[in-house]
Ligand binder design. Structure first.
Ligand code: NAD
Length: 460
């Protein structure tokens, strides 16, 4: 077919089939708008399903089992050393986890009559885009939702190669390198560093700033930092990578202030960048900021009245659940409903061991903003449930407005912190007070009691 032969007309075209894109498309379809998704991989799920959240959590589950088996020795249960077979582990991750969820999404799309077109979308103005790929076509749209997501950022001066991997390559689990260098002590570096350490790699981590997870409350990071110190061969903070040279079967790494060292593989995880280049957005009125992020308002509308945008391409926090909520807001705005992305709490979870989760305002941000707050800490050493799990290293932290007792933020560290973040988000989003939380009966013995205890400690 000659490019441009086929022109399809739809109410809404969504560019990108990740969590932001499919959430927008599904909601548009529910609201009676004829909707089509263009996705470069001709599939739904995006980076989250294929090279992010889901495969990493599958591998972290495996790492968790190994860690639990190790800890079990302390209570008289010795399962012996783990025998790890990568093929079944990869197959489980690909088929039973990722594949199953992918089939589920495809079937929801069919049920809602949302067509998925494979190819790269390039805008040709505010009413039309072309799809490049095996079956080129043009699509005329009433509105478009850009949900193109993000990709791993490169380390300046360093090219990826056979042994210098980004998170996508690392999640494929090419092997278990004897010596792994992780560049970046953020979400991905820590999560995948712990996966590889559990599988048997000697992990060295190098982080540019003077602490792991920069920007996250230090009280929450400390228990993780202590664990990582024991689990990894070395952690270099405030250290720059001067050179990475791949030769023979290994990589020579030169870290600032260290003698060159050889590693079998390197994982680069130094942040993500929006995929907004080469999209033809210059033919529209969409405005990008200096980092290439699409500027949007509370309804996810761009400066072009016919184009909305959601997800990582619109900035931080680059989290799937933010994108999903934005997708629904964008769809409702298109259908003329009074929707806005006005959420106060966007929970964040780092799925490490121990897990870290938070939402709302943290203590230092509250103080920096000059807000009068009360802060409560509940150490899990006093939790019955934590004791039965053999884990006393957790902490629940609550930040409340001094004058009203309103819960402004919650921070959690400890096993299962990610699940506990749901209650925290509910409290912050709905402006509950410490009294509301303290007077709500929390099941005993559970880790959720920590939030109740923290709230109780702030009552008169
Ligand atoms: P990140 O921003 O979390 O961490 C990047 C880290 O690399 C930072 O600590 C930064 O200081 C460091 N860094 C930057 N340049 C460096 C350099 N030259 N040398 C050494 N360190 C350097 O980014 P990420 O870990 O790549 O993850 C990207 C994004 O993906 C996250 O911000 C998050 O939004 C998302 N993500 C979320 C989850 C989750 O929700 N659990 C998991 C993985 C990724």
């Amino acid at each position: 077919m000659v490019m441009g032969d086929r022109v399809e007309e739809v109410d809404v075209v969504v560019v990108g089939g990740g969590p932001g894109g499919y959430s927008a498309a599904f909601r548009c379809a529910d609201l009676g708008l004829e909707t089509l998704i263009v996705d470069a991989g001709a599939r739904l799920g995006g980076a989250c399903l294929y090279e992010g959240c889901i495969p990493s959590k599958a591998l972290l589950h495996a790492a968790h089992l190994i860690g639990e088996a190790e800890r079990a020795r302390e209570i008289g249960l010795d399962f012996g050393a783990p025998r790890i077979s990568l093929d079944p582990l990869r197959k489980w991750k690909a088929d039973r986890v990722v594949g199953k969820l992918a089939r589920g999404l495809a079937s929801v799309a069919r049920g809602k009559k949302v067509e998925v077109v494979g190819g790269r979308a390039v805008f040709e103005g505010s009413r039309e885009l072309r799809v490049e790929g095996d079956a080129p076509q043009k699509i005329r749209f009433g509105h478009a939702v850009v949900a193109v997501g993000s990709a791993p950022r490169a380390l300046p001066g360093v090219e990826l190669g056979e042994r210098v991997m980004d998170s996508t390559a690392a999640l494929d689990l090419p092997d278990v390198p004897e010596r792994l260098l992780v560049v970046g002590g953020g979400y991905i570096g820590l999560e995948l560093g712990q996966v590889y350490a559990a599988l048997g790699s000697r992990v060295t981590l190098v982080e540019l700033t003077d602490g792991l997870l920069p920007g996250v409350d230090r009280d929450l990071v400390q228990p993780l930092a202590r664990r990582v110190e024991r689990q990894f061969a070395a952690v270099h903070l405030a250290t720059r990578v001067l050179a990475l040279r791949e030769e023979g079967g290994s990589v020579e790494a030169t870290l600032e202030g260290q003698a060159p060292e050889r590693f079998d593989r390197v994982l680069v995880a130094v942040g993500r960048r929006p995929l907004t280049a080469d999209l033809g957005l210059e033919t529209t009125r969409v405005r990008l900021d200096a980092r290439g992020l699409i500027e949007i308002d509370a309804q996810c509308r761009t400066a072009d009245p016919r184009i909305l945008a959601v997800g990582d391409a619109t900035g931080e926090p680059m989290l799937a659940h933010r994108a999903m909520r934005q997708g629904k807001v964008a769809a409702e705005a298109l259908a003329g409903r009074p929707a806005a992305f006005d959420n106060v709490a966007v929970p964040a979870v780092v799925f490490t061991d121990p897990e870290i989760a938070w939402c709302g305002l943290d203590e230092s941000a509250a103080r920096a903003a000059g807000r009068e707050v009360n802060v409560a800490r509940f150490a899990w050493a006093a939790s019955g449930r934590a004791a039965t799990l053999g884990r006393a290293d957790g902490l629940t932290k609550l930040v409340a407005e001094a004058a009203t007792g309103r819960v402004l933020g919650v921070g959690l560290v400890g096993p299962g912190a990610g699940e506990l973040a749901a209650e925290a988000a509910l409290a912050v989003e709905n402006a509950l007070t410490v009294e509301d939380v303290a007077l709500t009966i929390h099941a005993h013995p559970t880790l959720s009691e920590g939030l109740m205890e923290a709230a109780e400690s702030l009552l008169d």
